[in-house]
Design a protein around this ligand. Sequence first.
Ligand code: GLA
Length: 724
Amino acid sequence: MNVQTSRGGEQVGIAYDETHRVWLLRTPHSAYAVACPSSVTVHHQEIPDPLLHVYWGEPVTLADAVHIGTVKRQRWSRRGFESPLDGAEEYPVRGGIRFGRAALAARFGATRSIEWRLVGSNTTRDGDTHQLTVEFADGPLHLALHYRIRADTDVIERWAVVTNTGDTPIELDRFDSATWTVPEADEYRLSHLSGRWSAETQLRHQILTDGEFVIGSRRGTTSHQANPWYAIDDGSATEESGTVYSGALAWSGVWQLATQKLSHGGVQVLGGVGHDGFGPYRLAPGESLTAPVFAGLYTADGFGGASRAWHAYQLRHVMPNPDADRPVLYNSWEATGFDVNEENQKALAARAASIGCELFVMDDGWFGARVDDHAGLGDWTVNPERFPNGLAPLIDEVHRLGMDFGIWVEPEMVNPDSDLYREHPDWVYHFADRTRHTMRNQLVLNLARPDVADWLYDRIDALLSDHDIQFVKWDMNRPFTEAGWPAETDNPERLWLDHVHNLYAVLDRLRAKHPGVAFESCSGGGARIDMGILARTDQVWTSDNTDAPDRLIIQHGYSQVYPARAMSCWVTDVPNFLDPRTVPLRYRFHAAMAGVLGVGGDLSEWSDADLAEATDLIAEYKTVRTIVQHGQLYRLRPPSPGLSAVQYVAPDRSEAVVLAYLGAQRFGERPPLLRLAGLDPHARYRVDGVDDPLTGAALHGFGLPLRLNGDYDSTLLHLTRVGD
Ligand code: GLA
């Protein structure tokens, strides 16, 4: 066993008490402790080497952790019909005296019951990054549990690696990344994100009752319906105060987060790849399987504090090029639909450039026989009727106008009516004797196949090599059905994981070869938003729903975990395709300015007054976008029919931006004073429209009167610290 010994535990890092076999992970504002005693007694029997959860919360010392571990074990229930291991372990498995949900369930040799022995542990340090690995084995089944912490975040990354060291396959029924144990509380309130197409990431809260509550995706992608994030508090946390335990899974395929409240009151959250229809996954002799990161976060500063910590973590440690500001884009989808051609795109580009857009994105319809959603997916060659001279004239014109050029692709898909499908009907997920059901008239390519993954890389590489393209909108417009791979008889279930691994690998290869190209993850709007895809994309398309009042609700949920720097938002026309309401252009802009601003309306129909107003608002956005995209988010008031507002504070607190929205005025009353947050209380700030600078304390404690009235009125306020 290779154990690095250190004492204390007051500083960021990993401390170990060799006598009691307790590790303490110290992040800047939290501590996390686990213990692996040589044995514990369960129903009068010695169970060797159990890895027990000891502590998670505000910083404690290693001595505290040792004490807490001992006291917790003294308090274990000795009742019959129960196992004290349930709810107490870091990574519960199927086997032995355990009745809770298992993070790992395996069939190997003649058994389905795991009996671990600790076979190794070590802590390593690489600069400000510290890692703990604890390893177990039971015959051919080997498990490594990993923990990673860093000096600039309270996020703890956990994942697991399982290896078959034997000479016959091992079958995995379940293989989670980690299990997070929530400290004892009188009540547990779960917050999570729920939705559907055009209604993604709506924030829900519910009190946990005994039993299990499962969210996840069986669709092959992250899904519109649920997002792999959760938060648990005791029901008393507010936006800016109180203890919140949250977690997020970095995965873009089928997944599951299961919250279990045990009868003795404890709560654990198990999370990982795979849905309930998944498995067994056959691990071949010598094969290892690495689960994605399931990250956890303790914060004492309420839901807002948790969100800011998640945002900072992703900007620092997950996303590529996080320091770059994202440009203002124009996207043609809502203007021209599938009817794109050189002429109409050039006309839109001219208008987009004239109002200040910096990136022109041509959406669906430029390739193959794609004139509607019945044909063409898979044939990534330029449509010669629509673009008789190829894409170069349009791209050159977009560049001449001073904008970057972006293009839409949906490479994981194929229409049955396509040359690709006629040539390779076996390249889609299917079962030999079953219907290949289409959705949106398309089938899913079997990206788990290495030849399909190579083909896909080559197609997009060729597109990017042959054209001067700076941005790719990578779409994915249907879930998996009939997810079969007839030729793969050894381990047919591997496709659920390999699809995602190959997608990630293709994106990584494309990014490495074309470092000047930015990528947007889209899946019919927001069905592929997660920390796995954010590690290799620059932004995500939040939702196909661009109605501003709806969008504020979607953005509120999104912002619980994901940063504004990645949240792509468009200003589109009213009424939009979902709702007949009319919303002023200014309000639509202010809603979209809360993230990465884009425009998606049909600019050929915009009046001169609209274009002039848009020009001013885009120019204003450019003056504040660094604060919006890189600042700290304070959700001052959640979306409501009345007043709602968000605020972004520059990291050095020298500037802030407030976006406030009045849904409807009632009874002729003024909107309430808007109390700000996150400013330096002692500094004075100049606020647009207010004569005298006010201290941060006054802006926090008293607030700002807003000149908003009527329906759908909105404002953007830019605060600057006086004296800088
Ligand atoms: C999806 C996307 C849209 C658009 C269309 C094109 O629905 O979410 O933004 O790109 O596909 O077919």
